[in-house]
Write a protein that binds this ligand. Sequence first.
Ligand code: HEM
Length: 512
Amino acid sequence: MDNLKLDGLRPLLQYGALAVIGLALIRNIMRDSKDKTPIVGSSGFSSYWGAWKFILDAPNIIQEGYNRYPEGIFRVPRLYRWEYIVCGPKLVKEVGNTPENVLSFYAGVEEVREFKHTMGRAIADNPYHQQTVRTSLTRNLHARFPDVRDEIICSFNDVLQLQGSAWTSLPVLPTTMSIVARVSNRLFVGLPLCRNEEYLANNIRHTIDVVRSGTIISNDETVTRRVVGPLISNKEKSNARALNFLGPLLEERLAKERELGPDWDGKPNDLISWLLELAEGEQRTPLDLVLRILGTNMAAIHTSSMAFTHAIFDLTMHPEHLLPMREEAERVVREEGWTKAALNNMIKIDSFLRESQRLNPTGPLVMQRRVVSKDGFRFSDGTVLPQGAFLSVAARPAHYDPSNYENPAAFDGFRFARERAEHISHYDPTDSQDIFKKHMISVGVDHLPFGTGKHACPGRFFAATELKAMLAHLVINYDVRAEVEGVRPPDMNFGTVTTPSATGRVLFRKRQ
Ligand code: HEM
């Protein structure tokens, strides 16, 4: 098209774009005025300003809403939609227990992560790999524990690189991320790949790419998502890099199955085999399997590394916990050795990690869902959310609520160990889950780091095994100290995501 024609069209395009934005604003405001759910923050035209404010100050805005509606539902403006926030035990339980065809977990995740653009359509259409976490991976934690333990020893040595008795300052998040990535991949893909730094770095970067591009795209209107999504995602590069590392191994495993059948002698007990037990048709190709391995790494690495980083920061702020945990870990290992079952008796370590997760969830909100049923969803308090509405649960405020926890803002590392000791004398033997109350893996409406209900994190059994074994190893073999006494590196908040400081350092030395 020549310049003259373009110049003629330009005003038309500009007015067209303004008209589309204007219509979107008016549509949102009309919707706003019909909806009776209370608003926290701004409404009407100023809701767009409120949406920007939310990006900078979400934890405080959500806390304010929770203070006003502790057993209700309120909504906050996001750039292109409203987000409904559900509070209080009764309604949170309803979110957790409502089936997928009414309140959809997958549609909720797709809304914020846009997996079809950021990871690949196969993952969005059939996330069967998540089933392996719920079944084979969790079932094999006992059998694979010696490998997990071995990788913890080797990775602490290689990553911390401590010499003599000197204190060494290390950035905690990158350090724990290197360890968690190695330990997790020992279970997922085994040696030697689990120690390949480029392979691990690709997994770490891939998650950051997905979260970053998902966040940008999901703040956009549907039409723009389709155009912008493919342009800003790094998925082709990450997938190609991962295929480079994993391709030969996956080809070999597929060939072995073709030649010897699904139960060949010496078949490794790892994620690849667990995936192949479920994969069908197109899913039995190296590229599709790569997407599943990247996806499982995405669920596992950042979440667990952030939890362990918080635990180390908490330990430096509350050093009186170190010796009791060291004494407990040494006694248990002396009596039972290093086994997964022995970890069950590390009650103080379990309590410490649970308390650290309580005070440091991955953000103020959890359990994103989209209403997918045609008739919307009616909560027991009478609130009706229409089809398409996006909701989540106020997690952080529940963790800091004095009606749930005594002295809730105080870090009390052994609070759950004490509660377990009290509970054991009057637990309910008719409830098979009651004995696990207050364990790191137990979920509930007042403890939401792993969500609760139908979609509660199925990886939490592995996460707890890995993190407890890592903390026991740390307290037995190392001393830790804050770089500046009494100062905890500040968390970072962006919208609904809270992460521990990425640069915060702590001093480590070999145990003296
Ligand atoms: C401390 C570490 C972890 C935290 C805090 C965490 C947290 C969560 C949360 C909040 C959810 C969503 C729950 C909901 O919306 O109802 C979730 C889901 C999930 N997590 Fe984790 N997670 C962790 C570790 C892991 C690990 C290690 C794996 C895999 C090995 C994993 C695999 C998954 C999967 C597959 C889902 C989707 C569940 C479903 O489809 O129903 N997570 N996790």
